[in-house]
Design a protein around this ligand. Structure first.
Ligand SMILES: [Fe+2]
Ligand SMILES: [Fe+2]
Length: 339
């Protein structure tokens, strides 16, 4: 099998890329000169254990015949020129060739959380055990010990692409916001029990919405009804097993799930109706946005990258004053940071 991704000098503003890549997704789309093959490829870096790099790739010539031989979830040998198009890095493919690979080889191209999953699950249990309200605590622990959640949560990604798109990403994202919720509840005078349970459950439906198999594709049920409905269904199912679980409690918990996207335009059928639900929405958003920003790859020597979703440029040096330059603006920023 040919080596990992390597780069060769090409014309100004572009570079040649060749190596083994994982096909995360595939589509054939109509372009001006006939069909074009759109792939999302994942390359491994040259250094062993180095980060994975996901990049869109396009094949304009012979797209139809190559498309019939290339499948998502498999490895290919890819060769082409990396360019910046519409602010985003992209590979213009010259060659794509399917490769045979066993599941272990493929797994090396699947991004994983850096969190220890067993200690993460334990930390989650501790948070839920700390809830004071008996009904809410029973519901949280009941869902955590549900066999499908026990099997799905340690693996599920939090998203297919945008943020925490790794094996175990949902657990990492959930713990991140529960940690924040635990800290801000007293600052904002929020009900800690409701807030922590809402944060735990807001995306729990993703255990069923997105497959944890290579490629993180949407499941049939995920496409048909989505993670909010799937989460509400699980909550209702477990609540029914708890003696005397109040109906209002069930609706309140389902409200966290249904309102967490914060706006109708982002898929929430209802808007946050309590301060705790508003906090769930903003903490979820904060965790997602910061993670999406961290994933952006630098495109030039000054370490600027482009986040397509928000249409924003990201300065990768921004969090590290030691790398700021000596220009007046660099000096001014350094002063602000060091104050
Ligand atoms: Fe969500
Ligand atoms: Fe989320």
């Amino acid at each position: 099998m040919p080596g990992r991704e390597t780069e060769m000098a090409a014309g100004p503003g572009s570079k040649m890329v060749k190596g083994v890549a994982f096909v995360k997704s595939k589509s054939v789309q109509d372009a001006k000169n006939g069909p074009a093959l759109f792939l999302d490829l994942v390359f491994r870096s040259e250094s062993p254990g180095g980060p994975l790099r996901e990049i869109p790739a396009r094949l304009w010539e012979g797209a139809d015949s190559v498309a019939s031989r290339v499948e998502p979830g498999t490895l290919v040998y890819a060769e082409g020129q990396e360019i910046v198009f519409n602010g985003e890095n992209q590979i213009r493919l010259a060659r794509v060739q399917p490769l045979k690979a066993n599941p272990e080889e493929i797994r090396e191209y699947i991004p994983q959380t850096t969190l220890s999953v067993s200690s993460g699950m334990e930390r989650l249990r501790e948070y839920l055990e700390s809830l004071e309200d008996t009904h809410l605590r029973s519901l949280g622990l009941g869902i955590l010990s549900d066999p499908e959640v026990r099997a799905g949560l340690p693996l599920a990604p939090a998203a297919k692409k945008n943020h925490h798109a790794t094996l175990g990403g949902l657990l990492e994202h959930t713990l991140e916001i529960m940690e924040m919720g635990h800290r801000i509840a007293p600052v904002l005078g929020l009900n800690r029990d409701l807030l922590l349970l809402g944060l735990f459950l807001h995306d729990i439906g993703k255990c069923w919405e997105i497959s944890s198999q290579p490629g993180f594709s949407y499941t049939d049920e995920g496409r048909l009804v989505g993670h909010m409905y799937l989460g509400c269904e699980k909550v209702a199912q477990v609540a029914r097993t708890i003696d005397g679980f109040p109906e209002t409690y069930l609706r309140m918990v389902q409200h966290f799930i249904l309102s967490h996207h914060g706006e109708f335009a982002y898929g929430s059928p209802v808007l946050p109706s309590t301060p705790e639900a508003m906090a769930v929405h903003f903490l979820d958003n904060l965790s997602g946005q910061v993670n999406a920003m961290r994933k952006v790859q630098p495109q030039d020597r000054d370490q600027w990258g482009f986040e397509k979703n928000r249409g924003a440029y990201i300065w990768k040096k921004g969090s590290d004053p030691a790398t700021w330059d000596r220009s007046p603006i660099g000096q001014a920023l350094r002063k602000v940071f060091e104050r």
